[in-house]
Design a binder for this molecule. Structure first.
Ligand code: GUN
Length: 291
């Protein structure tokens, strides 16, 4: 079994981007500028946004964090996004999801100018992705593609089973992995909460991607020996050895599954850091510096 080390690859990509930043500085070119909007007090979202901002600092690009109260109105948030859309010093806008229930995530996501949509969530960019046109790709799927490519995992003709059909991960991945190039050319099965015979589907996968947000959901009996397993889950569960604190576990029961598969991503240190690297690549992309 080989570990797919997202932390190491993300580090390499960030070093490369730091060198690009240095070159931009020497050439007196504007540095990419990412603005992240964080609404409310969701603990996981705070952690994610903090790591995104820190990553911008590590590679030397500009970043701004806008924090808004949990009870911010839709009008006020729309106005904030409008101002960022009109600000030429801002290249990328990221609205961290999930939003509090009174805010319509779809409407607000689509209010971000498509050319500043670093997440690739806008329907214009989703449409471009579907058609194989250049656009920012959603960061988690993009990070997974980079990981598969780096480790030269064969995907052509393989059966890829994705568990979870979210707009952010599962559904875009199903499009990207069925495209006619590498990594891609998979036969894709997109499973979800209503799928019958889920274990059978999973067991037929050469490439199994778990993105359902249920700790240790994928058991060894659901994995074909020799499969590649990608674990997108980042679940916080109470840490019994340290009362009051938590630890991160994936959607895959790592200890049970690792011995039977050919490749697997750890949690933490797998897909999570790759999502950050992909977001940085998207930030350079929307700033006009495709890498
Ligand atoms: N929430 C969980 N993942 C993401 C992501 O990739 N982008 C945004 N904006 N919110 C998220």
């Amino acid at each position: 079994m080989q570990l797919l080390d997202g932390r190491a690859l993300s580090g390499q990509l960030q070093q490369k981007l730091a060198r690009v930043t240095e070159t931009l500085k020497q050439q007196d070119k504007p540095l990419p500028h990412l603005v992240a909007i964080l609404v409310g007090n969701d603990a996981a979202s705070h952690t994610y946004v903090r790591s995104k901002i820190k990553a911008c600092e590590r590679v030397g690009i500009r970043s701004t964090l806008i924090r808004l109260e949990e009870n911010v109105s839709e009008f006020s948030l729309t106005d904030t996004i409008s101002r960022l859309n009109a600000d030429p010093s801002v290249h990328g806008i990221l609205l961290q999801l999930p939003l509090p229930p009174h805010l319509p995530a779809d409407v607000l996501t689509h209010h971000i100018a498509p050319e500043k949509d670093v997440d690739g969530f806008h329907f214009i960019n989703a449409g471009k992705m579907l058609k194989g046109l250049p656009c920012p790709l959603p960061a988690t799927p993009y990070g997974i593609l980079l990981l598969l490519e780096h480790y030269r995992i064969e995907t052509s003709g393989k059966h890829c089973v994705i568990v979870g059909r979210s707009d952010i991960v599962g559904r875009p991945l199903s499009v990207l992995l069925s495209r006619n190039h590498y990594p891609g050319n998979c036969t894709v099965t997109l499973c979800h909460s209503k799928s019958e015979n889920l274990s059978d589907h999973c067991r037929s996968a050469d490439l199994l991607i778990a993105a359902i947000g249920k700790p240790n959901f994928i058991q060894a009996s659901m994995v074909k020996p020799g499969a590649t397993v990608i674990d997108v889950g980042i679940n916080r569960i109470a840490d019994s050895s340290h009362p009051g604190s938590f630890r991160l576990v994936g959607d895959v029961d790592f200890n049970a599954v690792a011995p039977i598969c050919s490749h697997i991503t750890p949690v933490p240190g797998g897909v999570g850091p790759m999502t950050i690297a992909a977001l940085l690549l998207n930030t350079f992309y929307v700033a006009g510096y495709p890498q």
